[in-house]
Design a protein around this ligand. Structure first.
Ligand code: MD3
Ligand code: FE
Length: 194
């Protein structure tokens, strides 16, 4: 929480995300390691836009998650080149999303990463209703899953391209001891940027 507050302050303060169409989203975001720009993913700090370093704590958390999950599922044992995922996975970006009580995220696919590495998601604070759809269309079938504080998910293999979104959060469900009004979701990713 403490570190999230620091990232939210800047160098680039937390701000509403943008839809692919350029519309502001209700979810507010901070980028770590690499950020999305009009030219695609960029590492550099151009024109005062500083991208903080990818925190080692998140890199190792994601690597541990991939290691643990790869023991359980075939899809995560090897990457698209046939190399063991536990060796080739090297996340270079974290996206910190903040949901206030009214924020939500429409159904979408994450297609900006050019490599097929899995995405690791960590939730903190208010419980969210997470909608996991199918890989073909924005329509049903989907399933709604409650993501509570501390839940960590790994999306790899076929689910990597599934439509997904957050139709609502459940305001006030966060443990008061966390000192957070709302929800944080951190996704840890490998962009494929050289
Ligand atoms: C399923 N974030 O930032 S995290 C996003 O809770 C995003 O803030 C949501 O979707 C959030 O793009 C969901 C879980 C997640 C992340 C990536 C996925 C689920 C995914 C990629 C493919 C399939
Ligand atoms: Fe997404």
């Amino acid at each position: 929480m403490q570190r999230c507050r620091g990232w939210a302050r800047g160098p680039v303060p937390m701000r509403p995300g943008q839809t692919p169409g350029g519309r502001p989203m209700s979810v507010q975001t901070v980028w770590l390691g690499i950020r999305w720009t009009s030219e695609g993913y960029r590492r550099e700090s151009s024109a005062g836009v500083v991208v903080p370093q990818m925190p080692e704590a998140l890199t190792s958390l994601a690597a541990t998650a991939i290691h643990d999950v790869s023991a359980m599922t075939e899809h995560l044992r090897f990457d698209e080149h046939g190399n063991p995922m536990t060796e080739s996975f090297s996340p270079d970006m974290a996206l910190v999303n903040f949901y206030d009580h009214a924020a939500k995220m429409g159904l979408h696919q994450d297609k900006d990463e050019t490599c097929q590495a899995p995405i690791v998601s960590l939730s903190l604070g208010d419980t969210a209703v997470f909608r996991l759809g199918n890989i073909e269309t924005k329509n049903k079938p989907w399933q709604d899953i409650e993501l509570a504080s501390g839940d960590l998910l790994v999306f790899g293999g076929p689910s990597r391209m599934a439509f997904h979104g957050v139709p609502m959060t459940r305001p006030g469900t966060a443990d008061p001891a966390l000192g957070l009004s709302g929800r944080l979701n951190i996704t840890i990713r490998q962009t494929g940027l050289p």
